[in-house]
Design a protein around this ligand. Structure first.
Ligand code: CP
Ligand code: NVA
Length: 303
């Protein structure tokens, strides 16, 4: 069996590799905007397993493969035998015989690790309960465009210490972004993630005070309070996250900050409509950059 490179966490690539991928993402963005062909993955196929819904991840990966001259196959859990109990390890080995790379969106993070353990092609994490590294690639591309680089950039994560927050924390450490994470008590990012960020040279500030976090920040980033699979916790979470909404009162403490959200957004919960529609919002640049960053990732994994 070959030994493929997987992308399960943002720090599965080195700092140098991350920079290479981000440079390539910028180049693909330019080529696509200028209508220049870039069919670098001609004849290659991506399998896309989804156990949860998706708009951006699904469409950006599928469109990205088309633009690269390749092909993508959508594999909703209930459309394949996985939904009827076929083990992931069998699904992984079977798909490895057909496709060149697999992207999967699953619930438990250990399930993507099972896919990777049994695959003979690269496995890409398209979101698990613990991590969303493809989102982080696009986030970093967006921040680099917005700020002209990473040096001296400060960012504040406000809200749930969820999958998006955890990958962003590690990605910020890898790019020397000065990050403060503000979550309610009990909703912080895992200690293991903070340790990884520190080992990578970061020093995230952890707080429960959103005002402290956003004061003078360049970037304010939030995500939903109720992630996919947490619907039963709605009432408790709505109560616990009070005071963590990205709204005009909070934004007053960071008059220059750009506003980020991985989308989909729940307006009136973690962010107000005003905030997301304001001139300071770069959420659709983030969404667009999913396309370019993932094309760069796929072509890097397959070269
Ligand atoms: N941000 C993100 O992953 O969006 P989707 O759930 O629509 O893929
Ligand atoms: N934290 C969210 C991200 C969606 C892209 C979720 O897991 O539902």
């Amino acid at each position: 069996m070959t030994n493929p490179t997987h992308f399960l966490e943002i720090d599965d690539v080195t700092r140098d590799e991350l920079e290479t991928i981000l440079d390539r993402a910028a180049e693909y963005k330019r080529a696509q905007h200028e209508g220049e062909p870039h069919e670098d993955l001609e004849g290659q196929t991506l399998g896309m397993i989804f156990q949860k819904p998706s708009t951006r991840t699904r469409v950006s990966f599928e469109t990205g493969m088309t633009q690269l001259g390749g092909h993508a196959v959508f594999l909703g859990e209930d459309d394949i035998q996985l939904g009827r109990g076929e083990p992931l390890k069998d699904t992984s080995r079977t798909l490895s015989r057909y496709v060149d790379v697999v992207m999967a969106r699953v619930f438990k993070h250990e399930n993507i690790e099972v896919l990777a353990d049994y695959a003979s092609v690269p496995i890409v994490n398209g979101l698990t309960d613990d991590a969303h590294p493809c989102q982080t690639l696009a986030d970093l591309q967006t921040i680099r465009e917005q700020e002209g680089g990473f040096e001296g950039v400060s960012a504040a994560w406000i809200g749930d210490g969820n999958n998006v927050a955890q990958s962003f924390t590690v990605g910020a450490a890898m790019t020397d972004i000065d990050l403060t994470v503000a979550t309610p008590e009990g909703y912080g990012i895992d200690d293991e993630v903070v340790d990884r960020a520190r080992e990578l040279g970061g020093d995230p500030t952890i707080t429960t005070d959103p005002v402290e976090a956003v004061t003078d920040a360049d970037i304010i980033y939030t995500d939903v309070w109720i992630s996919m699979g947490q619907e039963d916790e709605r009432d408790v979470r709505m109560n616990d996250f009070e005071g963590f909404q990205v709204c005009s009162d909070l934004l007053e403490h960071a008059p220059e900050a750009s506003i980020m959200h991985c989308l989909p957004a729940h307006r009136g919960e973690e962010i107000t409509d005003d905030a997301i529609e304001s001139d300071r919002s770069i959420v659709f640049d983030q969404a667009e950059n999913r396309l370019h960053a993932q094309k760069a990732l796929l072509s890097w994994l397959l070269e």
